[in-house]
Ligand binder design. Structure first.
Ligand SMILES: Cc1ncc(COP(=O)(O)O)c(C=O)c1O
Length: 430
Protein backbone atom coordinates (compact mmCIF):
# COMPACT_ATOMS: atom_id res chain seq x y z
CA UNK A 1 0.00 0.00 0.00
CA UNK A 2 1.23 3.51 -0.80
CA UNK A 3 0.75 6.57 1.41
CA UNK A 4 -0.44 9.93 0.13
CA UNK A 5 -0.60 13.46 1.46
CA UNK A 6 -3.96 14.76 2.70
CA UNK A 7 -3.33 17.61 0.21
CA UNK A 8 -2.65 15.37 -2.81
CA UNK A 9 -6.21 14.99 -4.04
CA UNK A 10 -5.28 13.49 -7.39
CA UNK A 11 -3.07 10.83 -5.80
CA UNK A 12 -0.07 11.90 -7.84
CA UNK A 13 2.74 11.31 -5.37
CA UNK A 14 2.35 8.17 -3.30
CA UNK A 15 5.23 6.92 -1.20
CA UNK A 16 5.92 3.40 0.04
CA UNK A 17 5.62 2.80 3.77
CA UNK A 18 9.29 3.08 4.68
CA UNK A 19 9.73 6.45 3.02
CA UNK A 20 6.48 7.87 4.40
CA UNK A 21 7.45 6.78 7.91
CA UNK A 22 10.94 8.25 7.65
CA UNK A 23 9.58 11.55 6.35
CA UNK A 24 6.88 11.86 9.01
CA UNK A 25 5.18 14.78 7.26
CA UNK A 26 4.40 14.68 3.50
CA UNK A 27 6.65 16.85 1.28
CA UNK A 28 3.78 19.32 0.62
CA UNK A 29 3.23 19.79 4.38
CA UNK A 30 0.16 17.53 4.54
CA UNK A 31 -0.27 14.39 6.66
CA UNK A 32 0.10 10.88 5.30
CA UNK A 33 -3.09 8.87 4.66
CA UNK A 34 -3.51 5.42 3.09
CA UNK A 35 -4.18 4.92 -0.61
CA UNK A 36 -7.37 3.03 0.36
CA UNK A 37 -9.08 2.24 3.64
CA UNK A 38 -9.16 -1.54 4.15
CA UNK A 39 -12.48 -3.14 5.12
CA UNK A 40 -12.65 -5.29 8.23
CA UNK A 41 -14.42 -8.64 8.48
CA UNK A 42 -16.18 -7.94 11.80
CA UNK A 43 -16.68 -11.66 12.54
CA UNK A 44 -12.96 -12.31 12.17
CA UNK A 45 -12.11 -9.21 14.20
CA UNK A 46 -14.42 -10.36 17.01
CA UNK A 47 -12.88 -13.83 16.98
CA UNK A 48 -9.40 -12.29 17.22
CA UNK A 49 -10.45 -9.87 19.98
CA UNK A 50 -11.76 -12.82 22.00
CA UNK A 51 -8.27 -14.38 21.77
CA UNK A 52 -6.34 -11.26 22.81
CA UNK A 53 -5.70 -7.62 22.03
CA UNK A 54 -2.46 -8.63 20.32
CA UNK A 55 -4.28 -11.05 18.03
CA UNK A 56 -6.78 -8.37 17.00
CA UNK A 57 -3.95 -5.87 16.42
CA UNK A 58 -2.10 -8.41 14.25
CA UNK A 59 -5.20 -8.93 12.08
CA UNK A 60 -5.97 -5.21 11.67
CA UNK A 61 -2.34 -4.18 11.11
CA UNK A 62 -2.08 -6.86 8.41
CA UNK A 63 -4.86 -5.12 6.45
CA UNK A 64 -2.67 -2.01 6.13
CA UNK A 65 0.82 -3.46 6.10
CA UNK A 66 0.53 -6.93 4.56
CA UNK A 67 2.93 -6.06 1.72
CA UNK A 68 5.45 -4.52 4.11
CA UNK A 69 5.78 -7.03 6.95
CA UNK A 70 5.71 -10.78 7.10
CA UNK A 71 2.41 -11.74 8.87
CA UNK A 72 4.15 -14.05 11.32
CA UNK A 73 6.65 -11.39 12.26
CA UNK A 74 3.80 -8.91 12.70
CA UNK A 75 1.95 -11.36 14.96
CA UNK A 76 5.09 -11.94 17.07
CA UNK A 77 5.75 -8.23 17.43
CA UNK A 78 2.14 -7.58 18.50
CA UNK A 79 2.33 -10.35 21.12
CA UNK A 80 5.47 -8.79 22.58
CA UNK A 81 4.09 -5.26 22.46
CA UNK A 82 0.52 -5.61 23.69
CA UNK A 83 1.09 -7.79 26.73
CA UNK A 84 -0.97 -5.58 29.08
CA UNK A 85 -4.69 -5.47 29.82
CA UNK A 86 -7.13 -3.13 28.02
CA UNK A 87 -10.20 -3.28 30.26
CA UNK A 88 -13.64 -1.75 29.86
CA UNK A 89 -14.76 -0.56 33.30
CA UNK A 90 -18.16 0.42 34.54
CA UNK A 91 -17.94 3.83 36.18
CA UNK A 92 -21.09 5.13 37.80
CA UNK A 93 -24.53 4.13 36.63
CA UNK A 94 -24.50 2.85 33.07
CA UNK A 95 -21.27 4.60 32.05
CA UNK A 96 -18.29 2.75 30.72
CA UNK A 97 -14.70 3.63 30.05
CA UNK A 98 -12.05 1.87 28.02
CA UNK A 99 -8.88 2.23 30.11
CA UNK A 100 -5.96 2.77 27.77
CA UNK A 101 -3.37 3.42 30.46
CA UNK A 102 -2.12 -0.01 31.46
CA UNK A 103 0.92 0.00 29.15
CA UNK A 104 4.56 0.64 30.12
CA UNK A 105 4.26 4.43 30.51
CA UNK A 106 0.67 4.43 31.78
CA UNK A 107 -0.79 6.48 28.92
CA UNK A 108 -2.69 5.73 25.71
CA UNK A 109 0.37 6.86 23.76
CA UNK A 110 1.91 3.46 24.44
CA UNK A 111 -0.37 1.96 21.78
CA UNK A 112 0.99 4.14 18.97
CA UNK A 113 4.55 4.84 20.14
CA UNK A 114 5.16 1.19 20.99
CA UNK A 115 3.88 0.10 17.57
CA UNK A 116 6.04 2.63 15.80
CA UNK A 117 9.09 1.61 17.82
CA UNK A 118 8.80 -2.03 16.89
CA UNK A 119 7.81 -1.59 13.28
CA UNK A 120 10.27 1.21 12.48
CA UNK A 121 12.91 -1.11 13.90
CA UNK A 122 11.86 -3.76 11.39
CA UNK A 123 11.69 -1.27 8.50
CA UNK A 124 15.16 0.04 9.29
CA UNK A 125 16.75 -3.35 9.86
CA UNK A 126 18.70 -3.53 6.61
CA UNK A 127 19.81 0.09 6.73
CA UNK A 128 22.45 2.05 8.60
CA UNK A 129 21.67 2.98 12.20
CA UNK A 130 18.70 5.29 12.44
CA UNK A 131 18.33 8.18 14.88
CA UNK A 132 14.86 9.06 16.14
CA UNK A 133 14.90 12.68 17.25
CA UNK A 134 12.08 14.19 19.24
CA UNK A 135 11.34 17.16 21.50
CA UNK A 136 8.99 16.67 24.42
CA UNK A 137 7.15 18.70 27.01
CA UNK A 138 6.83 15.53 29.09
CA UNK A 139 4.65 12.64 28.02
CA UNK A 140 5.56 12.01 24.39
CA UNK A 141 9.22 11.56 25.29
CA UNK A 142 8.55 8.78 27.77
CA UNK A 143 6.20 6.90 25.43
CA UNK A 144 8.72 7.20 22.58
CA UNK A 145 11.61 6.19 24.85
CA UNK A 146 9.81 3.05 25.95
CA UNK A 147 8.51 2.31 22.47
CA UNK A 148 12.00 2.29 21.00
CA UNK A 149 13.91 0.97 24.00
CA UNK A 150 16.33 -1.79 22.96
CA UNK A 151 15.08 -1.80 19.35
CA UNK A 152 18.10 -2.96 17.32
CA UNK A 153 19.51 -0.46 14.81
CA UNK A 154 17.83 2.57 16.41
CA UNK A 155 19.05 5.33 18.70
CA UNK A 156 16.63 7.78 20.28
CA UNK A 157 17.58 11.36 21.14
CA UNK A 158 15.01 13.21 23.24
CA UNK A 159 15.22 16.92 24.05
CA UNK A 160 13.36 18.13 27.15
CA UNK A 161 13.40 21.48 28.93
CA UNK A 162 15.31 21.54 32.21
CA UNK A 163 13.08 22.08 35.24
CA UNK A 164 9.85 22.19 33.21
CA UNK A 165 8.71 18.60 33.32
CA UNK A 166 7.73 16.52 36.32
CA UNK A 167 10.26 14.34 38.14
CA UNK A 168 8.32 11.25 37.14
CA UNK A 169 8.30 12.25 33.47
CA UNK A 170 12.06 12.88 33.61
CA UNK A 171 12.69 9.51 35.26
CA UNK A 172 10.68 7.74 32.58
CA UNK A 173 13.22 8.94 29.99
CA UNK A 174 16.45 9.06 31.97
CA UNK A 175 16.23 5.74 33.81
CA UNK A 176 16.49 3.57 30.71
CA UNK A 177 19.99 4.10 29.31
CA UNK A 178 21.05 1.85 26.41
CA UNK A 179 19.86 3.28 23.09
CA UNK A 180 17.85 6.09 24.76
CA UNK A 181 19.77 9.39 24.95
CA UNK A 182 17.90 12.16 26.81
CA UNK A 183 19.19 15.72 26.47
CA UNK A 184 18.31 18.12 29.26
CA UNK A 185 18.11 21.46 27.47
CA UNK A 186 18.87 24.76 29.21
CA UNK A 187 15.78 26.38 27.69
CA UNK A 188 12.04 26.02 27.13
CA UNK A 189 10.00 23.41 25.26
CA UNK A 190 9.79 25.86 22.35
CA UNK A 191 13.61 25.98 22.24
CA UNK A 192 13.70 22.17 22.13
CA UNK A 193 11.17 22.05 19.34
CA UNK A 194 12.97 24.75 17.37
CA UNK A 195 16.30 22.93 17.62
CA UNK A 196 14.71 19.73 16.30
CA UNK A 197 13.09 21.60 13.41
CA UNK A 198 16.37 23.32 12.56
CA UNK A 199 18.21 20.03 12.51
CA UNK A 200 15.60 18.51 10.20
CA UNK A 201 15.91 21.53 7.91
CA UNK A 202 19.70 21.04 7.63
CA UNK A 203 19.78 18.89 4.47
CA UNK A 204 23.58 18.61 4.52
CA UNK A 205 23.49 17.09 7.99
CA UNK A 206 20.64 14.76 7.08
CA UNK A 207 22.58 13.52 4.07
CA UNK A 208 25.29 12.34 6.47
CA UNK A 209 23.08 10.89 9.22
CA UNK A 210 19.76 9.08 8.92
CA UNK A 211 17.39 10.95 11.22
CA UNK A 212 13.63 10.88 11.58
CA UNK A 213 11.06 12.05 14.09
CA UNK A 214 8.51 10.05 16.04
CA UNK A 215 5.93 12.72 16.66
CA UNK A 216 2.28 11.90 16.96
CA UNK A 217 1.33 12.70 13.37
CA UNK A 218 3.53 9.87 12.07
CA UNK A 219 1.33 7.31 10.32
CA UNK A 220 2.89 4.46 12.33
CA UNK A 221 1.59 6.09 15.48
CA UNK A 222 -1.80 6.98 14.03
CA UNK A 223 -2.96 3.72 12.42
CA UNK A 224 -2.60 1.42 15.48
CA UNK A 225 -4.77 3.78 17.51
CA UNK A 226 -7.72 2.69 15.36
CA UNK A 227 -7.39 -0.85 16.72
CA UNK A 228 -8.51 -0.17 20.29
CA UNK A 229 -11.80 1.26 19.04
CA UNK A 230 -12.62 -2.21 17.69
CA UNK A 231 -11.52 -3.86 20.91
CA UNK A 232 -13.57 -1.43 23.03
CA UNK A 233 -16.57 -1.97 20.79
CA UNK A 234 -16.51 -5.76 21.25
CA UNK A 235 -16.11 -5.45 25.04
CA UNK A 236 -18.91 -2.90 25.26
CA UNK A 237 -21.19 -4.98 23.09
CA UNK A 238 -20.61 -8.09 25.18
CA UNK A 239 -21.22 -6.14 28.37
CA UNK A 240 -24.33 -4.22 27.36
CA UNK A 241 -25.76 -5.94 24.28
CA UNK A 242 -25.76 -2.51 22.60
CA UNK A 243 -25.31 -2.11 18.86
CA UNK A 244 -23.91 1.30 17.96
CA UNK A 245 -21.96 3.14 20.65
CA UNK A 246 -21.23 6.83 20.81
CA UNK A 247 -17.56 7.06 21.72
CA UNK A 248 -16.24 10.00 23.73
CA UNK A 249 -12.61 10.99 23.08
CA UNK A 250 -10.65 13.42 25.29
CA UNK A 251 -8.86 15.42 22.59
CA UNK A 252 -6.02 17.86 22.04
CA UNK A 253 -4.13 17.27 18.82
CA UNK A 254 -6.95 15.00 17.55
CA UNK A 255 -4.82 12.01 16.53
CA UNK A 256 -6.92 9.80 18.78
CA UNK A 257 -10.24 10.97 17.39
CA UNK A 258 -8.96 10.82 13.79
CA UNK A 259 -8.06 7.17 14.49
CA UNK A 260 -11.62 6.51 15.71
CA UNK A 261 -13.01 8.03 12.52
CA UNK A 262 -10.67 5.79 10.54
CA UNK A 263 -11.96 2.73 12.46
CA UNK A 264 -15.50 3.70 11.50
CA UNK A 265 -14.54 3.83 7.83
CA UNK A 266 -12.95 0.39 8.19
CA UNK A 267 -16.42 -0.87 9.11
CA UNK A 268 -16.81 -0.29 12.86
CA UNK A 269 -20.51 0.32 13.60
CA UNK A 270 -20.35 3.56 15.57
CA UNK A 271 -23.21 6.00 16.13
CA UNK A 272 -20.88 8.99 16.40
CA UNK A 273 -18.03 10.54 18.35
CA UNK A 274 -17.76 13.25 20.97
CA UNK A 275 -14.81 15.63 20.67
CA UNK A 276 -14.26 16.32 24.36
CA UNK A 277 -11.94 19.27 24.90
CA UNK A 278 -10.69 21.41 27.75
CA UNK A 279 -10.68 25.22 27.44
CA UNK A 280 -8.80 24.82 24.13
CA UNK A 281 -12.05 24.32 22.26
CA UNK A 282 -11.11 25.09 18.64
CA UNK A 283 -12.88 21.98 17.37
CA UNK A 284 -16.08 22.18 19.48
CA UNK A 285 -16.31 25.83 18.41
CA UNK A 286 -15.95 24.81 14.75
CA UNK A 287 -18.67 22.20 15.21
CA UNK A 288 -20.97 24.85 16.66
CA UNK A 289 -20.23 27.74 14.31
CA UNK A 290 -18.71 26.21 11.18
CA UNK A 291 -15.69 28.49 11.61
CA UNK A 292 -12.26 26.96 12.26
CA UNK A 293 -10.14 29.40 14.23
CA UNK A 294 -6.79 27.96 15.38
CA UNK A 295 -5.13 30.10 18.07
CA UNK A 296 -2.46 29.96 20.78
CA UNK A 297 -3.27 27.41 23.47
CA UNK A 298 -4.14 28.25 27.05
CA UNK A 299 -2.90 26.25 30.03
CA UNK A 300 -5.37 23.96 31.79
CA UNK A 301 -5.40 21.10 34.28
CA UNK A 302 -5.50 18.62 31.38
CA UNK A 303 -2.14 19.84 30.08
CA UNK A 304 -1.61 17.25 27.34
CA UNK A 305 -4.76 18.54 25.65
CA UNK A 306 -3.57 22.16 25.61
CA UNK A 307 -3.44 22.45 21.84
CA UNK A 308 -4.73 25.50 19.99
CA UNK A 309 -4.02 24.38 16.41
CA UNK A 310 -4.64 20.63 16.23
CA UNK A 311 -2.49 18.99 13.53
CA UNK A 312 -4.92 16.17 12.88
CA UNK A 313 -7.81 18.45 11.94
CA UNK A 314 -6.56 18.04 8.39
CA UNK A 315 -6.80 14.24 8.66
CA UNK A 316 -10.34 14.44 10.04
CA UNK A 317 -11.40 16.64 7.13
CA UNK A 318 -9.75 14.26 4.66
CA UNK A 319 -11.71 11.39 6.18
CA UNK A 320 -14.87 13.40 5.42
CA UNK A 321 -13.88 13.91 1.79
CA UNK A 322 -12.86 17.50 2.57
CA UNK A 323 -16.45 18.43 3.46
CA UNK A 324 -16.60 20.50 6.69
CA UNK A 325 -20.36 19.93 7.03
CA UNK A 326 -19.90 16.16 6.94
CA UNK A 327 -17.39 16.50 9.79
CA UNK A 328 -19.86 18.62 11.71
CA UNK A 329 -22.49 15.91 11.27
CA UNK A 330 -20.21 13.19 12.56
CA UNK A 331 -18.94 14.81 15.74
CA UNK A 332 -20.55 16.31 18.83
CA UNK A 333 -18.42 18.93 20.58
CA UNK A 334 -17.98 19.38 24.31
CA UNK A 335 -15.86 21.84 26.32
CA UNK A 336 -14.88 21.43 29.95
CA UNK A 337 -13.26 24.22 31.98
CA UNK A 338 -10.91 23.70 34.93
CA UNK A 339 -13.70 23.95 37.49
CA UNK A 340 -15.57 21.24 35.56
CA UNK A 341 -12.48 19.01 35.57
CA UNK A 342 -12.10 19.41 39.35
CA UNK A 343 -15.81 18.81 39.97
CA UNK A 344 -15.70 15.66 37.87
CA UNK A 345 -12.59 14.24 39.58
CA UNK A 346 -14.23 14.94 42.93
CA UNK A 347 -17.62 13.46 42.02
CA UNK A 348 -16.10 10.31 40.52
CA UNK A 349 -14.10 9.73 43.67
CA UNK A 350 -16.87 10.61 46.13
CA UNK A 351 -19.67 8.72 44.39
CA UNK A 352 -17.85 5.82 42.77
CA UNK A 353 -14.51 5.59 44.56
CA UNK A 354 -12.92 5.93 41.13
CA UNK A 355 -9.76 8.01 40.68
CA UNK A 356 -9.58 9.73 37.32
CA UNK A 357 -6.80 11.77 35.75
CA UNK A 358 -7.81 15.24 34.47
CA UNK A 359 -7.85 14.19 30.77
CA UNK A 360 -10.08 11.18 31.32
CA UNK A 361 -12.25 13.35 33.58
CA UNK A 362 -12.99 15.56 30.56
CA UNK A 363 -14.17 12.38 28.82
CA UNK A 364 -16.44 11.42 31.71
CA UNK A 365 -17.91 14.92 31.94
CA UNK A 366 -18.64 14.85 28.21
CA UNK A 367 -20.29 11.45 28.40
CA UNK A 368 -22.59 12.69 31.19
CA UNK A 369 -23.43 15.84 29.22
CA UNK A 370 -24.14 14.02 25.95
CA UNK A 371 -25.79 11.03 27.67
CA UNK A 372 -25.86 8.48 24.86
CA UNK A 373 -25.17 4.73 25.03
CA UNK A 374 -21.48 4.04 24.54
CA UNK A 375 -18.19 4.55 26.33
CA UNK A 376 -15.45 7.10 26.87
CA UNK A 377 -11.71 6.64 26.53
CA UNK A 378 -9.46 7.02 29.57
CA UNK A 379 -6.11 8.22 28.34
CA UNK A 380 -3.77 8.41 31.36
CA UNK A 381 -3.28 6.65 34.68
CA UNK A 382 -4.36 8.83 37.65
CA UNK A 383 -0.91 8.43 39.25
CA UNK A 384 0.61 10.45 36.39
CA UNK A 385 -1.38 13.46 37.58
CA UNK A 386 -1.21 12.76 41.30
CA UNK A 387 -0.83 16.44 42.30
CA UNK A 388 -4.15 17.48 40.72
CA UNK A 389 -5.94 14.49 42.18
CA UNK A 390 -4.47 15.05 45.65
CA UNK A 391 -5.49 18.71 45.56
CA UNK A 392 -9.09 17.77 44.71
CA UNK A 393 -9.66 14.58 46.69
CA UNK A 394 -6.97 14.76 49.39
CA UNK A 395 -5.91 11.26 48.28
CA UNK A 396 -2.34 10.41 47.44
CA UNK A 397 -2.32 8.15 44.38
CA UNK A 398 -0.03 5.16 44.58
CA UNK A 399 2.37 4.90 41.62
CA UNK A 400 2.08 1.59 39.77
CA UNK A 401 5.08 -0.64 40.42
CA UNK A 402 6.49 -0.18 36.90
CA UNK A 403 6.73 3.59 37.43
CA UNK A 404 7.85 3.39 41.03
CA UNK A 405 10.92 1.30 40.13
CA UNK A 406 11.98 3.88 37.52
CA UNK A 407 12.17 6.61 40.14
CA UNK A 408 14.71 4.54 42.08
CA UNK A 409 17.07 3.88 39.17
CA UNK A 410 20.14 5.88 38.26
CA UNK A 411 19.42 8.69 35.78
CA UNK A 412 21.35 9.14 32.53
CA UNK A 413 21.16 12.35 30.52
CA UNK A 414 23.43 14.90 28.85
CA UNK A 415 23.07 18.65 29.28
CA UNK A 416 22.63 20.72 26.11
CA UNK A 417 22.73 24.47 25.50
CA UNK A 418 20.25 25.88 22.98
CA UNK A 419 22.72 25.48 20.14
CA UNK A 420 22.13 23.67 16.85
CA UNK A 421 25.82 22.81 16.30
CA UNK A 422 26.02 21.19 19.73
CA UNK A 423 22.91 19.13 18.96
CA UNK A 424 24.28 18.05 15.58
CA UNK A 425 27.56 16.99 17.14
CA UNK A 426 25.69 14.94 19.71
CA UNK A 427 23.45 13.27 17.11
CA UNK A 428 26.44 12.52 14.86
CA UNK A 429 28.16 10.74 17.78
CA UNK A 430 25.39 8.54 19.21
C1 LIG B 1 -3.33 11.93 28.61
C2 LIG B 1 -3.76 12.46 27.29
N1 LIG B 1 -5.06 12.56 27.00
C3 LIG B 1 -5.50 13.06 25.82
C4 LIG B 1 -4.61 13.49 24.86
C5 LIG B 1 -5.14 14.05 23.57
O1 LIG B 1 -4.94 13.15 22.51
P1 LIG B 1 -4.86 13.69 21.01
O2 LIG B 1 -3.72 14.65 20.98
O3 LIG B 1 -4.63 12.48 20.17
O4 LIG B 1 -6.16 14.36 20.74
C6 LIG B 1 -3.24 13.40 25.09
C7 LIG B 1 -2.29 13.83 24.07
O5 LIG B 1 -1.13 14.04 24.26
C8 LIG B 1 -2.80 12.86 26.34
O6 LIG B 1 -1.49 12.73 26.62
Amino acid sequence: MNWYSTRDQKHDDGLPLREAVMRGLAPDGGLFVPERIPQVDLGEARRRAEQSYASLAGYLAGLFFDGDFDPQLLAREMEALYDFEVPLRRVGRGRYTLELFHGPTCAFKDFGAGFMGRMAGVLGREQERLVILTATSGDTGSAVAHGFYNVPGIDVVILYPEGKISRLQECQMTALGGNIHPLRVAGTFDDCQRLVKELFADEAFRARRQVTSANSINLLRWIPQAFYYFYGYFLWQRETGGERPTIVVPSGNYGNLAAGMLARRMGLPVEGFVAASNLNDVVPEFLRTGIYRPRPSVQTLATAMDVGAPSNFERMLWLCGGDPDALRDELIGYRCDNAGIRRTIDALYERCGYLSDPHSAVGYAASVAVDKPGFYLSTAHPAKFGEVIASVTGRRVQLPERLETLTRREQHFDPLEVDLRALEEFVARV
